[in-house]
Design a protein around this ligand. Structure first.
Ligand SMILES: NC(=O)C1=CN([C@@H]2O[C@H](COP(=O)(O)OP(=O)(O)OC[C@H]3O[C@@H](n4cnc5c(N)ncnc54)[C@H](OP(=O)(O)O)[C@@H]3O)[C@@H](O)[C@H]2O)C=CC1
Ligand SMILES: O=C(O)C1=N[C@H](C(=O)O)C[C@H](O)C1
Length: 237
C-alpha cells in the first residue's frame, strides 16, 4: 500500500520502519499544514500527530478520498464530527487510543474484571498511567478508554471524573518519567487484598505494528471501525 504519514515524530518514524518491512511505501510525510501537500498518491493515511492538528488532518483526508488510521490522542471532543464527515464522504476510518495488540487484549481483561468486580462493594478502583516526559496530553487516551470500560461495566461507579477535578470515584494517576513508552495499571483495593492488572510497553513497536495492521485491514473498506474489528478478522484466519 502507499501510505501518507501524518506526523513524523517518535511514532511516525517507527511506523515508517514497520510499514516498509511489511512491503508498503511511504509516499508523503506531513508535519505541518496538510493543505500544502498532495494526497493523491496515498491509499491510506496514518495519523500520529498532535491533538490540535488531528481533526483537520483526518477530515482533509476523507475529503480527498483517503481512508485514515488515527492514533493521535487528546482530540476526541471532535470525534463524532469526524465520523460524520467520514460517512458523508463514503470513506473509511479507524481510531484507537492504543493500537498495540497486547493492549487490546488487556482492554478485554479490563472489561471482564470490571464485570466481575461489579458486586463487590468493598473494593475501590484506580488507574495509573506512566509515560515519557514529552507526552502532551494527560491522562493518556488509553487510561481514558480503561476508565470508560470500567464505568460501562460497573454501574456502582457512575460519575467518573479526573482526580484533578476533585472527584475521585475512579482516580487516574498520570505520571511522567523520562523515556517510558507507556505503562497502564488498573488496581482494585480492599482492606483484605488487592487485585492488579498491568500492561507495560517495552518500546513503540507494538503501537506501530498495530497501526500498520489496521491500515491493511482498512484497504478496500468503507465505514468506521475499531480494533475489535481488526482483531476479529485476525482471529478468523
Ligand atoms: N494510539 C496509539 O497506539 C498511540 C498513540 N500515540 C499518540 O500519537 C501522537 C504522536 O505521538 P508521538 O509520535 O510520540 O509524538 P511526537 O511529538 O514525537 O510527534 C508528533 C509529530 O506531529 C508533527 N506535527 C506537528 N504539527 C502537525 C500538523 N499540523 N500536521 C501533522 N503533523 C504535525 C510533529 O512535527 P514537528 O516535530 O515538526 O512539530 C511531529 O512530527 C500523540 O497524540 C500520542 O499520544 C502515541 C503512541 C501510541
Ligand atoms: O503518547 C504516547 O507515547 C502514547 N500515547 C497513547 C495514549 O495516550 O494512551 C498510547 C501509548 O500509551 C503511548
Amino acid at each position: 500500500m502507499k501510505i501518507a504519514l501524518l506526523g513524523y515524530g517518535r511514532m511516525g518514524k517507527t511506523i515508517e520502519k514497520i510499514a516498509m518491512d511489511r512491503g508498503h511505501e511511504i509516499v508523503v510525510k506531513i508535519t505541518g499544514d496538510i493543505e500544502e501537500h498532495d494526497l493523491s498518491k496515498a491509499d491510506v493515511a496514518i495519523d500520529f500527530s498532535i491533538p490540535d492538528a488531528a481533526f483537520k488532518n483526518i477530515t482533509t483526508c476523507f475529503k480527498n478520498n483517503v481512508p485514515v488510521v488515527s492514533g493521535t490522542t487528546g482530540w476526541l471532543d471532535d470525534f463524532n464530527k469526524a465520523t460524520d464527515i467520514c460517512k458523508e464522504k463514503n470513506s473509511a476510518f479507524i481510531y484507537a487510543s492504543n493500537f498495540s495488540l497486547g493492549v487490546n487484549v488487556f482492554f478485554e481483561l479490563n472489561r471482564k474484571l470490571a464485570g466481575m468486580m461489579q458486586g463487590l462493594e468493598d473494593y475501590s478502583v484506580e488507574i495509573e498511567e506512566i509515560h515519557h516526559t514529552k507526552k502532551l496530553d494527560a491522562p493518556s487516551g488509553t487510561a481514558i478508554t480503561l476508565a470508560e470500560q470500567i464505568l460501562e461495566d460497573n454501574s456502582r461507579l457512575n460519575s467518573w471524573k479526573l482526580e484533578e477535578a476533585g472527584e475521585n470515584e475512579l482516580p487516574i494517576h498520570a505520571k511522567r518519567i523520562e523515556d517510558v513508552p507507556g505503562t497502564h495499571t488498573v488496581t482494585y483495593d480492599s482492606t483484605i487484598d488487592s487485585i492488579e492488572i498491568k500492561h507495560t510497553a517495552k518500546s513503540r513497536e507494538g503501537f506501530a505494528l498495530g497501526a500498520v495492521v489496521a491500515a491493511e485491514f482498512l484497504n478496500g473498506k468503507t465505514g468506521v471501525f475499531t480494533m475489535k474489528d481488526v482483531l476479529a478478522q485476525l482471529f478468523e484466519k
